[in-house]
Write a protein that binds this ligand. Structure first.
Ligand SMILES: Cc1cc2nc3c(=O)[nH]c(=O)nc-3n(C[C@H](O)[C@H](O)[C@H](O)COP(=O)(O)OP(=O)(O)OC[C@H]3O[C@@H](n4cnc5c(N)ncnc54)[C@H](O)[C@@H]3O)c2cc1C
Length: 405
């Protein structure tokens, strides 16, 4: 019998590789290996509906073991891959087993970045990546008298919204001078600052967190660069992620902020592909693009499966992402980096508008606030390589869908 395709990392990207291999017609042995105890599950609700109690853990499961078994995908949970031998073409697990592979997909994702400051290891200082983390934060919020969030990115702001929903006082500390600075224009940053302000969150911009104060082993406050201590008995750190690229690095594959892949999810080893949060994609202009999203995991997963079978199926779709905070859903399409102009369409005072990002006359990206139809149209426009003029974007009477005919 031939060796299996082995997929290391049983989450969004790993499941996609497995199912796409079946979709591409491969019917041989296939192993999906994950270190977590759970079957593959969705992470976005961990900072949203699961934290607010609007959903339950069982509804997060992406694919249960029975469903995978029906597709003849062997799911191994609670198993960590510790080394890849490229010469031998085998993966070693922490229990000592060496599994030979025909082809290997690395879908090891990422872990939360931790703070390197005094007090970062105190009880009550937490990050969010797994179901267990989300449980810990939900319990922490329920018991907290004051919640501090370090980092004004999506995860931090979603947790702040959940803590406010539970009625707890919340302070958000952001080192930069605006929220969501990595992904959005100042206009959108200001909208979210006002949104959180209107819900009673105390947002401290341009504020460096220098230490966490403790009362014995328990966190009691956040110390900022100006020497002040802000009381908090739950501190949630949301300062980005670190790609789990060590397996690749240790077996000699090129890594830089992630496992380097091309637009078909191929590494430099023809029998190894990688997909999802663990990767950095080499673009046509030589730059590296890191995306941390469900869509990226799915699209790269499809490319990776095709590549394992020797087929080139590049990931060409425009990136998209979403975030839920209070009654606001932000949906983003495209990449706004390099824009020189924004156009706002819709009613900002009703919290229902879209921000169109242009470089010259070319549309780069659209951020939609409670305007799903704009988001759908934007994705289709960007995927089709079509643009509209800034004047058309600003004109509410101009139908975006008309451009797609
Ligand atoms: C709180 C939160 C909210 C999010 N919200 C959104 C959102 O609103 N929209 C959006 O698009 N994206 C969101 N994301 C991002 C999205 O969830 C990720 O982009 C996606 O999960 C990436 O999937 P992945 O399979 O690449 O990696 P992961 O989901 O990180 O999975 C990797 C898996 O590999 C396992 N693993 C790692 N190393 C090994 C090893 N050596 N052996 C065995 N197993 C291993 C890990 O334990 C993990 O289970 C959110 C993420 C988080 C944490």
């Amino acid at each position: 019998m031939s060796h299996p395709f082995i997929i290391v990392g049983a989450s969004q990207a790993g499941v996609q590789v497995a199912e796409s291999l079946r979709g591409e017609g491969y019917d041989g042995p296939l192993m999906l290996i994950g270190e977590e105890a759970h079957p593959p599950y969705q992470r976005p609700p961990l900072s949203k509906a699961l934290l607010t109690g609007e959903t339950t853990e069982d509804r997060l499961i992406l694919r249960g073991p029975e469903l995978l078994a029906r597709k003849n995908i062997e799911l191994v949970t609670g198993a960590r891959a510790v080394a890849v031998d490229r010469q031998d073409r085998s993966v070693r697990l922490s229990d000592g087993r060496a599994l030979p592979y025909r082809g290997l997909a690395l879908t090891t994702g990422a872990r939360a970045r931790v703070l390197a400051i005094p007090g970062a290891d105190l009880d009550g200082v937490v990050t969010l990546r797994t179901i267990e983390d989300s449980r810990r934060i939900a319990a922490g919020i329920a018991n907290a008298s004051a919640v501090a969030v370090v980092g004004g990115g999506f995860i931090g702001l979603e947790i702040a919204a959940a803590a406010r929903k539970a009625g707890k006082p919340v302070i958000v500390f952001e080192a930069l001078d605006r929220l969501l600075a990595r992904s959005s224009a100042p206009f959108v940053s200001k909208f979210f600052l006002d949104l959180h302000g209107s819900h009673g969150v105390d947002v401290k911009l341009a504020t460096q967190v220098t230490a966490l104060a403790g009362n014995g082993r328990r966190v009691s406050g956040v110390v900022t660069g100006d020497g002040r201590t802000h009381a908090a008995d739950l501190v949630v750190v949301g300062v980005g992620i670190v790609a789990n690229s060590e397996l690749a690095q240790d077996c000699g594959l090129a890594c830089e902020r992630g496992i380097i892949v091309d637009d078909c999810s191929r590494t430099e080893d023809p029998s190894i592909v990688a997909a999802g949060d663990c990767t950095a994609r080499r673009m046509a202009d030589g730059t590296l693009l890191r995306l941390e999203s469900v869509q990226n995991a799915i699209e790269q997963g499809k490319s990776a499966a095709a590549a394992l079978l020797g087929r080139a199926r590049p990931f060409a779709a425009a990136p998209w992402f979403w975030s839920d905070q209070y009654d606001v859903r932000l949906q983003m399409a495209g990449l706004s980096a390099g824009h020189d102009r924004i156009v706002v369409r819709g009613a900002t005072d009703e919290r229902r508008f879209s921000v169109f990002y242009f470089r010259g006359e070319r549309l780069l990206a659209v951020d939609s606030i409670n305007r799903a139809p704009d988001h759908i149209a934007a994705r289709k426009l960007l995927d089709a390589g079509k643009s509209l003029t800034p004047e058309q974007a600003a004109d509410e009477g101009f139908a975006l869908a008309g451009l797609l005919k």
